[in-house]
Each structure stands twice: as structure tokens, then as C-alpha cells.
Design a protein around this ligand. Structure first.
Ligand code: AMP
Length: 287
């Protein structure tokens, strides 16, 4: 039985569970507070803190895990990244009080105190810039540190920037961009028996991510305008054209289209005289 480490709570947890479920791997808990669950016939899920997942995976306690790229980098552990899941997007940024004269991290005076819950990444970032700094380790609410005189600068995760603005802080640099990733234990990947199962999970997750960006569109279109319909509905290999019983001048066109272009596609099909347009979500899409 292979083991998959998933975040037990926090920002990544619900989306990770939902993704696995859509991919056909629904977590079956034996009780509501269980830290273990069965995940399909072949996997066991363990629910742990996102920050601990790189450790569990690197140590082989789990073969695969889902966690933030920021947490993988901070752990300093060697895991193999197999897939970018796209959610949990944020950046690790250097920020200073609004009124500060600092415009660039190189302006930060030697000996400055930097509050962060990412001490490893912060240390290597400033070492690479040859600026010597002191770390004030905190485990949350980093934004308050400059106002308490605990630090001059902070290094913290930002997604919209509104928390920084509310706390009158200004970003001066981005250290890294992060999203949720699927990571694997390199030893598990080197084992052919495990590798086969891990590749299957990744393929299933990829098929869900691909499907989320697409929609299945069906429309009745005039047979006389098929060439123009083909130009509007490129599909994967062009649209599927289906005969409609007793419809004479009409055929049905089916195609997989980009979700973010559905609106335009419908408008263009209508302009060609299309009727009965139907758009549905796709659960999984294998190329
Ligand atoms: P947790 O502490 O369990 O809620 O997970 C935090 C992880 O969620 C971070 O390490 C990031 O990978 C991700 N994340 C995405 N956006 C943000 C944000 N605005 N603030 C903090 N973490 C974020």
C-alpha cells in the first residue's frame, strides 16, 4: 500500500482533497477526526501539516505528498516535484514599512532584523546578495513585527497584497513564487513497482487539471456553414460532426473548447446561425 501525505488543514487542504476525489481517489475516513484514510484501493492518505509534508516525503514515510513550493524550498529537503497543481498561488516577498526609505533589498542596511517564518529561504536570499541580516523567527502574523519594533523588515507570503496594505507595509522584492505541488520520495520513484502507481496518480490528477480548463460544447449548426463552424471550433482534432435525425439542413457539432473562451465561442457560433447550444463541464480529459 503506497502512502500519500495530504495537508490536514489550512489553505491547501480542501482543494487537495477535492482534486483527489475528482480524480477518482476519494478519501474514506474511518472516523471524523481520523488522520488516516483509505484513498482508492491502492493508497493510504496520511493527514499532516503542509509544512511537515516535505519531511515525510523525503524520509520515505510517505511516497507522495501535496504541499506548497514555498514549504518544499524552506525544508531544504530533496524531493522530486512531479506536478504543479496551480492552486495555493502566492509569493514570498520582502516588505518594509510604508514610510521606509528602502526601495530595494540591496538598500537594507547590514545588521537589520528580519521577521519571518521562512528563516532558511530568507537567510540564503540575503547571503546571495551579500547583505548580513539577523532573523527574528516568528510562526505567524509576521506583518505586526515592524510595528512592535521586533523587526525592520519582514519576509512573508503574499497573495493579493491586501494584508500588507492594511498593515502599512510595502513590498520591495519577490523571493519566490509558489503554488501547490505534488512531490515524491526519490527512492519511491526509483522503485519500479511503486513508480507505476505514482505515475498513475499523477496522470489522473493531470487529467482533472486539464479538464478544468476546458468545456464540452455542443450545438446544432447549419450544414451549409460547416467550414466556418470548423474555424470557430478547432477542438482537439477539429469538431465532431454528428447527423441529427430528420434534421435536413442541420448537423450537430461537438468540441472541447477553452473554458475562458466559451463566451466568445458561443457568440461566434450564434452569428453562424447555431441553435441549441449546450456547454458542460468535463470531469477528466486524457490527451
Ligand atoms: P497552511 O499554513 O496550512 O494554511 O498552508 C499555508 C500554505 O498555503 C503556504 O505555505 C502556501 O503554500 C499556501 N498559501 C497560498 N496563499 C497563501 C497566503 N496568502 N498566505 C499564506 N499561505 C498561502
Amino acid at each position: 500500500m503506497l502512502r500519500i501525505a495530504l495537508p490536514n488543514k489550512g489553505r491547501l487542504s480542501e482543494k487537495a482533497l477535492d482534486l483527489f476525489e475528482t480524480a477518482g481517489l476519494k478519501a474514506e475516513f474511518s472516523s471524523s477526526r481520523a488522520l488516516l484514510a483509505q484513498l482508492g484501493p491502492d493508497f493510504q492518505a496520511i493527514f499532516v501539516r503542509a509544512a511537515d509534508i516535505p519531511e515525510y516525503v523525503a524520509d520515505g514515510a510517505a511516497d507522495l505528498g501535496v504541499t506548497g513550493a514555498d514549504l518544499v524550498a524552506e525544508s531544504g529537503r530533496t524531493v522530486e516535484e512531479l506536478l504543479d497543481l496551480g492552486f495555493g498561488r502566492c509569493r514570498l516577498a520582502v516588505a518594509v514599512p510604508e514610510e521606509s526609505a528602502i526601495r530595494h533589498p540591496a538598500d537594507i542596511p547590514a545588521g537589520s532584523r528580519i521577521a519571518t517564518s521562512f528563516p532558511q529561504i530568507t537567510r540564503s536570499f540575503f547571503e546571495a546578495m551579500d547583505v548580513s541580516i539577523e532573523i527574528a523567527p516568528v510562526s505567524g502574523a509576521t506583518e505586526i513585527a515592524p510595528h512592535l519594533g521586533v523587526a525592520d523588515v519582514i519576509v512573508d507570503l503574499v497573495s493579493t497584497g491586501s494584508t500588507l496594505r492594511v498593515n502599512r507595509l510595502r513590498e520591495v522584492a519577490t523571493i519566490l513564487e509558489s503554488t501547490a505541488r505534488v512531490v515524491a520520495d526519490p527512492a519511491a520513484l526509483a522503485d519500479p513497482a511503486k513508480r507505476e502507481f505514482l505515475d498513475e496518480v499523477v496522470t489522473a490528477l493531470e487529467s482533472v487539471l486539464r479538464a478544468r480548463a476546458k468545456r464540452y460544447l455542443m450545438a446544432n449548426v447549419p450544414r451549409s456553414r460547416l467550414d466556418e463552424v470548423r474555424a470557430v471550433l478547432p477542438g482537439i482534432n477539429g469538431p465532431t460532426i454528428v447527423e441529427v435525425a430528420d434534421a435536413g439542413a442541420w448537423v450537430a457539432a461537438h468540441a472541447v473548447v477553452d473554458a475562458d473562451r466559451v463566451y466568445q465561442t458561443i457568440a461566434r457560433l450564434k452569428a453562424l446561425g447555431a441553435e441549441g447550444i449546450l456547454v458542460t463541464k468535463i470531469e477528466r480529459l486524457m490527451p
